[in-house]
Design a protein around this ligand. Structure first.
Ligand SMILES: Nc1ncnc2c1ncn2[C@@H]1O[C@H](COP(=O)(O)OP(=O)(O)OP(=O)(O)O)[C@@H](O)[C@H]1O
Ligand SMILES: [Mg+2]
Length: 495
């Protein structure tokens, strides 16, 4: 009897042939072709688990996480005792910033193979991220008492149980690359108030309640909140607006109140309202039931803010939004949130520094960081994070297949940069309609008339958010788009 193929191999020579070709494409960073050929191998032998496995890696590299997860699921069905399938699942979770999920998958992998170093070291690297998401170590309250642990982490009110996410952060301004101007503004407007309230009071300066961070997605708003928390040793409550707003009468107000109560028990405390524009009525403007619950949330929020304002007690509120013009007008009124601080996309110098930082602990060939920075003009910090991480995967997968070690080189980075693309180009296009006024020509009864379609912004908002408005306009300006493409292509293909 012929040898049974190993579960991760195939007895079908045609499938094997496709698989080998796919592997070559993978090595040349041609992931779409690799996916195609792994698919052919799978069509020939639907139990070919290595083909599913490698196709999952290729999908993950080109950001098709759903498809990657589906393939790893197949591997797990064929090989329930695989140690590297759960490992890859963990990596995919990490790409999607699901750190808890990643942890569970790495642990699963280690259960099957306790000496699996890769999973262990991933798990270790994950630890700071997980720690920062867990509840704060109890701090002293106003009366120097440690608050009751029972109240940590949950808001419990009249049978309602809402999870409150806490974190304490080790990130400080030192971990924030570039952004010197923004760091300075944030230091003056919030860090100083938390760290040295007496200094400000001595000069008759009001402490203020907090700030709004606004700017394009993935450029560091949440990251800056972590940095402020780390700099000031504050606790942070992440207030999720969708969880606060509740359709049962009175619960929305209770939830909001409970969050501020929790904050009072763990000062100094920052309450972080991510996507604070969701807390408002301006967004869909249509009225209706959900609108009225939102309105209640806003009213309670304003009441809570007023309460804090009257007796400053070490509670600060930071709101973050990509679309500040969608915020409820009542929230924008002066005094409530003191400053709105623009967190811009990383400039050339920042991108260069980001690559230097990300590759500090990687085995790299000599890299041209300037070229990488040019190749990623218009990319967000989140894009840069993902690029560095994915570039490291290429030689790792190669070594797994061939047993040969090699350093991470320019070509790995460039191929991922080309594949990865960036989310900002599209985002700028999407928000343009809110901001940019457009001239349209209409022909009525044979007459041509020009109508100016105004964006959503009021003249006051145009001034207040001028930095963002300028960025959106520039990035929708056709010549600038061309220039960006030209600079990228030059760096990708030439020098
Ligand atoms: N200045 C920076 N220095 C180093 N890393 C940064 C910096 N800014 C952002 N990052 C990295 O980029 C990632 C994305 O940033 P962040 O989550 O803060 O974006 P965001 O502005 O909150 O986006 P969104 O609007 O989508 O919530 C962070 O996890 C962080 O690792
Ligand atoms: Mg964010």
């Amino acid at each position: 009897m012929a040898d049974q193929p190993k579960k991760n191999d195939t007895a079908n020579p045609v499938a094997k042939d496709y698989y080998t070709k796919a592997g070559k494409f993978f090595e040349e960073n041609k992931f779409d072709e690799a996916i195609d050929y792994y698919g052919r191998a799978i069509a020939e032998d639907p139990t070919y688990s290595s083909a599913y496995f490698n196709r999952a890696l290729a999908y993950a590299i080109v950001n098709k996480y759903d498809l990657a997860v589906r393939d790893v699921d197949r591997v797990l069905m064929i090989e329930p005792n695989s140690h590297d399938a759960p490992y890859v699942m963990g990596v995919i979770c990490e790409y999607q910033q699901d750190y808890q999920g990643a942890k569970e998958w790495y642990e699963k992998s280690l259960k099957v193979k306790p000496d699996y170093d890769q999973a262990r070291s991933r798990l270790e690297q994950l630890r700071p991220k997980l720690d920062s998401m867990q509840g704060p170590r109890p701090l002293m309250d106003k009366n120097n008492n440690v608050p009751e642990p029972a109240t940590q982490g949950t808001v419990s009110q009249d049978g309602q149980l809402k999870k409150v996410k806490w974190f304490k952060s080790n990130t400080t301004f030192k971990d924030v690359v570039g952004m010197e101007k923004e760091k300075e503004l944030i230091y003056q407007n919030i860090v100083l108030a938390i760290k040295k309230p007496d200094l400000l009071k001595a000069y008759g300066k009001k402490l203020g309640l907090g700030v709004i961070f606004y700017g394009p997605p993935g450029c560091g708003k949440t990251y800056f909140v972590r940095a402020v928390a780390g700099e000031t040793h504050s606790n942070v409550i992440i207030a999720n607006i969708n969880e606060i707003v509740d359709m049962y009468a009175g619960n929305t107000e209770k939830n909001m109140h409970a969050i501020f109560e929790q904050a009072r028990n763990a000062i100094p405390c920052i309450i972080f309202f991510d996507e604070v524009d969701a807390l408002g009525t301006k967004r869909d403007g249509g009225g209706g039931e959900s609108q009225s619950f939102m309105k209640m949330a806003v009213n309670q929020f304003l009441q809570e803010l007023d309460g804090v304002e009257k007796n400053p007690e070490g509670i600060y509120v930071i709101g973050a939004t990509n679309q500040p013009w969608d915020m409820d007008p009542a929230l924008k009124r002066a005094g409530r949130f003191g400053e709105s601080i623009y967190i811009p996309p990383p400039d050339y110098k920042t991108r260069k520094q980001a690559f230097i930082l990300h590759t500090r602990k990687m085995p790299i060939e000599k890299l041209s960081f300037g070229r990488l920075a040019r190749a990623t003009i218009g990319f967000s910090n989140a894009d840069l994070d993902a690029i560095a991480d994915k570039a490291a995967l290429i030689p790792a997968v190669e070594e797994d297949r061939t047993g040969r070690k090699r350093k991470i080189g320019m070509r790995d980075f460039l191929s991922i940069i080309k594949k990865q693309g960036n989310a900002l180009d599209e985002w700028y296009g999407m928000v343009a309609k809110d901001i940019v006024s457009k001239k349209e020509v209409q022909v009525v009864d044979g007459k041509r008339t020009e109508i100016v379609k105004e964006g959503k912004l009021t003249p006051e908002e145009k001034v207040r958010y001028s930095a963002l408005v300028k960025d959106v306009k520039r990035n929708n300006f056709i010549l600038y788009k061309w220039a960006k493409k030209f600079i990228r292509y030059f760096a990708w293909y030439i020098l």
